[in-house]
Design a protein around this ligand. Structure first.
Ligand code: CTP
Length: 408
């Protein structure tokens, strides 16, 4: 359980902060809502108090005996501002202290995550961009606003990111100081990242398939982490068991052949290509066009043929400067055997970085946590363990520095 201050600035997207608040309280976080005076014109104090279970104050004069303008910021584990309007960003960037929220921002020593929402012109205005740059240079995580329909009929960048995406960034910031630095720095801004995730399905007949138990969680965590660091992300999604982040472009696929076609189409323009999916290695030679019927006591024999190795193809077609990342889940008795298997696979696939995990315990698929070794041609370059989000950031770090280790 963490203590979160949820700052709410005065924009129509304030109503979406109610959903964010619900997500935080349902995850057992203690949330103190600090709306600005204008925010209360959009969503009233009663709503914040009822949803958070505590009064929401806007002025430094409320509860003056508790010195809450200093206490709230000092005691918080995380401050999230959603929506952060152009005005709030300007006041925060210039260090104003004209209401309780800006006082909290000046006294907070914990990570601060801001989710902007405003009209496109206001977001793109050099004044706002300069304020965002100032805040980021001070270590504040200013999320990229989503693109799409704004209030009224206009559309463009400026929408509040979806509450689940804000929550994911907030939790990443809470979990990992390194993630805060990377998200604030936007070190992948301008990079194109293409990631495959999930498990493919090979049809036996119109209703049956051969599949595997990959949930897509690791690939989705990578997509989220890359978006949080400013990348443009496309997720080639094979039958995911979880919702992908709203901020990524999703290309759905079913079989290994579909996945190969989409990855080959998207990879040439990507800076980083990640094969986190579990494509089937075999596919039925002759899938039945009609539903297979039981016939007496006879068994069923299906002939399979090998699918293409997507990763090896992508690695062979790699252009200079591009990084191709593969995954390998191996059952190994110990780390030495794991590294031996991984080194052979890295060479066979021809990728620059291999994310290796030992699945002999069987605990990886569908789990929120993961433990990996990061392997390049020069050997182990990193290790990561813990939440898949933190592991995802470590994988992206290794992918971003792989060229320096392995010159062309
Ligand atoms: N992969 C791929 N195309 C396939 C199979 C796997 O691109 N047809 C990719 C996976 O996405 C992963 C990497 O290759 O990034 C390693 O997958 P793995 O199943 O371990 O590789 P295989 O070549 O199938 O090796 P093994 O013989 O150990 O099963």
């Amino acid at each position: 359980m963490s203590r979160i201050v949820l700052g709410v600035a005065g924009g129509i997207a304030a109503y979406k902060a109610c959903l964010l608040l619900r997500r935080f309280t349902e995850a057992d976080h203690e949330v103190q809502v600090v709306p600005t005076a204008t925010a209360l014109s959009f969503v009233g104090e009663t709503t914040w108090a009822a949803l958070s279970g505590r009064p929401a104050h806007t002025s430094v004069l409320a509860d003056a005996h508790e010195v809450s303008h200093v206490r709230l910021g000092r005691e918080a584990d995380l401050v999230v501002v959603a929506p952060a309007t152009a005005d709030l960003l300007a006041r925060a960037a210039s260090g104003r202290a004209d209401d309780l929220l800006t006082n909290v921002l000046l006294t907070a020593t914990c990570p601060v995550v801001m989710a902007p929402a405003m009209h496109t012109e206001m977001w793109l205005h050099p004044a706002t961009q300069a304020n965002v740059a100032t805040l980021r240079s001070r270590g504040v995580v200013v999320l990229r606003p989503a693109e799409g329909r704004l209030t009224g009929t206009d559309s463009g960048p400026g929408r509040l990111p979806e509450p689940e995406d804000i929550e994911a960034s907030a939790l990443a910031a809470l979990a990992d100081a390194g993630a805060v630095r990377r998200m604030a720095a936007q070190d992948l801004a301008g990079k194109k990242v293409v990631i495959s995730a999930g498990g493919t399905r090979e049809a036996l007949d119109p209703v049956r398939f051969v599949g595997n138990s990959s949930s897509g969680r690791m690939g989705v965590a990578l997509a989220r982490a890359a978006v949080q660091r400013g990348a443009d992300v496309t997720l080639v999604a094979a039958n995911l068991a979880i919702e992908p982040p709203a901020a990524v472009e999703v290309v759905p696929v079913v079989s290994t052949a579909d996945l190969a076609a989409e990855m080959n189409r998207l990879a040439p323009s990507a800076d980083v290509v990640v094969m986190a999916a579990a494509p089937a290695d075999y596919t039925p030679v002759r899938p039945s066009a009609t539903k297979l019927k039981k016939s007496g006591d006879a068994g069923l024999t299906v002939e399979f043929t090998q699918t293409t190795d997507v990763l090896a193809g992508l690695a062979a077609a790699r252009r200079p400067g591009q990084v191709v990342v593969g995954f390998a889940a191996e059952t190994a008795a110990d780390e030495a055997e794991l590294v031996e298997l991984g080194t052979a696979k890295l060479a066979r696939k021809g990728c620059q970085l291999l994310v290796l995990n030992n699945v002999s315990g069987g605990a990886v698929f569908g789990a929120a946590d993961n433990q990996v070794l990061l392997l390049t041609a020069s050997g182990i370059v990193g290790r990561a363990a813990g939440a898949k989000t933190s592991v995802a950031h470590a994988i992206l770090d290794a992918a971003c520095t792989v060229d320096e280790r392995n010159p062309e």
